[in-house]
Design a binder for this molecule. Structure first.
Ligand code: ADP
Length: 321
């Protein structure tokens, strides 16, 4: 048996399937171990067991264990808006549902400290979060995405008074939760350009940002500011979504445009960002959302615009590499 065989045999049988490579030279054993799907304490436990099992072998002076956390690097999309109440949370939840229906493994981080609503939108019957050691475990929404929310972490209304470091810690805990095999995290940011945004940009590099606006807010300086924040941080803006665009008549379904149509595409052009699509203002969208039935999970006409935007976002991510 070679030294490498000896080393492999010394590793506990239940850990061996996770071994991706083993090398030995000059008294140093180096292992690469796949710990995908495990949380950090579990991964560290495996690391210790490998060290304990191989270090005593004759000829071994040093053991190095590299943990390969994710085979697929998890991508982050930040969802922002210039101001509150434009439907950013609604869009985030339904984009996540539409993306998971299309086969993507998606998680939602609800970082909207002023109005965390993702639990209501995605998992109203849920049991809250489990924790393993210091790691919180994301909840599985029956509609597909996994979710962790500020609402899981603090009493209703309390987080609003938070500033800098507390907000940063809470965001970090959510981002570093156990997300199982999630490949894409959508982060529902608070409106504007505050502490959460800064921590997000400094600590976790989003692959891109989606900006949500209503037709009447498009021209406002707030939207431009939200876009500029990402630009300055060199986070590409995947595009602008126009929400509550046109009014879908609850009786006949016909869409009328009290604010005129086509303005959002023009505005996106002026702002220099792609246009991802529009979601009509529809009573059903609000009613279904309030009832914990994301419209994107249904089969009616309210699911289609979310699916279309999800498709564009997925294509954008693919193109970005
Ligand atoms: P934000 O996250 O920007 O503060 P929300 O997603 O919480 O906004 O939406 C604010 C309110 O508007 C919610 O009651 C939501 O159900 C409703 N809403 C959002 N988008 C639509 C839409 N397209 N049609 C009808 N109601 C909507």
């Amino acid at each position: 048996m070679t030294m490498i065989d000896n080393l492999k045999m010394a590793i506990p049988a239940q850990i061996r399937p996770r071994l991706r490579s083993a090398e030995f030279s000059d008294g140093r054993a180096t292992f690469i171990v796949d710990v995908a799907g495990l949380d950090r304490p579990e991964a560290e436990q495996i690391q210790r067991e490998i060290e304990a099992a191989t270090a005593p072998l004759d000829g071994v002076n040093e053991v190095r264990v590299a943990l390969m956390a994710d085979r697929v690097a998890r991508k982050i999309i930040a969802v922002g808006s210039g101001k509150g109440g434009v439907g950013k949370s609604t869009l985030t939840a339904n984009l996540a549902v539409a993306l998971s229906r299309a086969g993507h493994k998606v998680g939602v981080v609800d970082a909207d400290i002023y109005g965390p609503s993702q639990v209501t939108l995605l998992d109203p019957q849920g049991q809250g979060l489990e924790a393993r050691g210091n790691t919180i475990v994301s909840a599985q929404s029956p509609h597909g995405p996994r979710v962790v929310s500020m609402a899981h972490m603090v009493e209703a209304g309390k987080a609003i008074a938070w500033r800098g470091p507390m907000v940063g810690r809470a965001l970090t805990q959510m981002m570093e939760a156990d997300w199982a095999d999630t490949e894409l995290l959508l982060v529902d940011l608070p409106p504007g350009t505050g502490d959460v945004q800064l921590t997000m940009l400094q600590k976790f590099r989003p692959a891109g940002a989606v900006i949500v606006s209503t037709p009447q807010d498009l021209a406002l300086i707030d939207v431009r500011r939200a876009i500029d924040l990402f630009r300055q941080a060199k986070v590409p803006v995947a595009g602008l979504v126009e929400n509550m665009a046109g009014y879908a008549c609850p009786h006949c379904g016909e869409i009328s445009d009290p604010f005129g149509s086509g303005g959002a595409e023009a505005a996106a052009g002026e702002l220099g960002v792609p246009f991802l699509g529009r979601i009509p203002l529809a009573m059903d969208i609000r009613a279904a959302s309030d009832g914990g039935r994301p419209p994107a999970s249904g089969e009616d006409e309210n699911a289609a615009p979310f699916a279309a935007i999800a498709g564009k976002l997925a294509a954008w991510l693919d193109a970005e590499g």
